[in-house]
Design a protein around this ligand. Structure first.
Ligand SMILES: Cc1cc2nc3c(=O)[nH]c(=O)nc-3n(C[C@H](O)[C@H](O)[C@H](O)COP(=O)(O)O)c2cc1C
Length: 158
């Protein structure tokens, strides 16, 4: 299994409604493609940046990340960690979407010091995304469809 954890600068429109619509279409394509390819992960959009964890069979995760890197809806991709974990951190989530609370932009996991990448930086993002998923309200359009919700509940149980 391959895991890639990265940060990138969003190019979604500044208008919140327009950005939410575009994020919705990113998630829709992600869930469709990832479910088919056996890729799982989680995505956070803060309004300014994206943090994403992608994991799955090596070739599938690599192919997804190659597509994502070419997407003009973001830039300045910084890969914090790329490795082969023992187990998926977001098993059962084709692409979980974490709701961004106010002030999240200053969370230290989202601005790791230059050159501080590596597994710890990746793990800090994973911990943040998991914590945010715990707080993400159901029915806000940010959780997975029903079929995958059961696995999600398992994952976020404290
Ligand atoms: C921040 C970000 C995250 C994305 N994550 C995924 C993803 O996990 N899986 C995926 O297939 N596409 C993802 N995309 C979309 C891809 O860049 C691309 O638009 C999409 O895979 C094309 O799929 P389609 O040809 O089926 O429409 C992401 C895009 C952005 C900007």
């Amino acid at each position: 299994m391959l895991r890639v954890v990265y940060l990138s600068r969003s190019h979604l429109p500044p208008d919140k409604t327009a950005a939410a619509a575009e994020l919705g279409s990113i998630l829709e394509a992600s869930r469709r493609n990832n479910a088919q390819a056996g890729v799982t992960g989680a995505l956070l959009f803060t309004g300014e940046l994206f943090a994403q964890v992608l994991e799955g069979p090596f070739a599938a995760a690599e192919a997804a990340f190659n597509r994502i890197q070419r997407d003009p809806r973001h830039s300045d991709i910084v890969v914090l960690h790329r490795g082969t974990p023992g187990a998926a951190a977001f098993d059962g989530w084709s692409m979980a979407s974490a709701a961004a609370p106010p002030g999240i932009a200053v969370h230290p996991a989202l601005s790791p010091p230059a050159g501080s990448g590596g597994e710890a930086a990746g793990d800090a993002i994973i911990a943040l995304l998991r914590a945010l998923l715990l707080r993400t309200p159901k029915g806000a359009g940010s959780r997975l469809p029903d079929g995958e919700a059961t696995a999600a509940e398992e994952l976020v149980r404290p």
